[in-house]
Ligand binder design. Structure first.
Ligand code: DX5
Ligand code: ZN
Length: 234
């Protein structure tokens, strides 16, 4: 992977240091016809991170957005762009996403044979690196590499679609992961996060909450974010 150039004038964002609870609205449930405006609403409500779900129709049975769309929304927002690559060959496309302006690349452990090299390459390119596990993937799959990452993403639904029901057994992996990585690496959860499931996952040790339907599926995004914030249990 070559050294990449960020878009001119772009502020280089850093993942907030572990220790705070962050809410990362997923645009999957937003109105894609006016993404700039949708993202501005959550930015105004005080979030620091926006979660961008990239799907290839191969690793998951759905297709969403790619670097072209991300490069356009990069021009409208200074939020931290947390890209979740639900694609089969993330190593092949990482450069394009970094050039488009993402600040974090989350890849699935199920499709990356050499996570250590990939994480190093992402760090060399100036973005943070996160490892994701599907609901059926055991903690042992990430054990050797978890300490190299900036964040571990625990899927609490099967990736591919918004608005699915939270899988408790998948969330049960949060505690053992926290024991392995300690307090300085973030644990993000994604899938079915709302004011009812937030106390469960934060109680287990998650600190970064992706929510699609519970935010962009609601008419008042600021109120929806506040409801999640108020339900955090630490
Ligand atoms: C699902 C995506 C999620 C999705 C979550 O494959 O990775 O980020 O947007 O949606 P909700 O919060 O509606 O479950
Ligand atoms: Zn996601």
């Amino acid at each position: 992977m070559s050294k990449v150039w960020y878009p001119l004038g772009m502020k280089i964002q850093k993942l907030p240091k572990a220790g705070s609870i962050e809410i990362a609205p997923s645009i999957l449930s937003a109105n894609f016809a006016c993404l700039g405006n949708e993202i501005a609403q959550v930015e105004k409500a005080g979030v620091k991170i926006v979660h961008l779900d990239v799907m290839d129709g191969h690793f998951v049975p759905n297709i969403t957005i790619g670097p072209v769309v991300i490069s356009k929304i990069r021009k409208c927002s200074n939020l931290f762009f947390d890209s979740h690559l639900m694609i089969s060959e993330p190593e092949k496309y990482a450069d394009a996403f970094i050039k488009a302006g993402v600040n974090n690349i989350t890849f699935h452990i199920e499709v990356v044979p050499n996570p250590k090299d990939f994480i190093n390459k992402l760090h060399d390119s100036g973005v943070s690196a996160s490892i994701c596990l599907n609901p059926e993937t055991p903690v042992s799959a990430i054990e050797k590499y978890a300490h190299l990452a900036d964040m571990i993403l625990v899927m609490t639904v099967h990736p591919g679609f918004g608005g699915q029901s939270f899988i408790q057994e998948a969330a049960d992996k949060i505690k053992p992961i926290r024991q392995i990585i300690g307090p300085d690496i973030r644990i993000e959860v994604d899938g079915g996060i709302d004011p009812e499931t937030t106390p469960i996952v934060t109680g287990l040790g998650a600190d970064t909450l992706v929510a699609g339907n519970a935010i962009f599926g609601q008419p008042d995004r600021a109120k929806a974010i506040e409801a999640i914030r108020n339900s955090v249990k630490v």
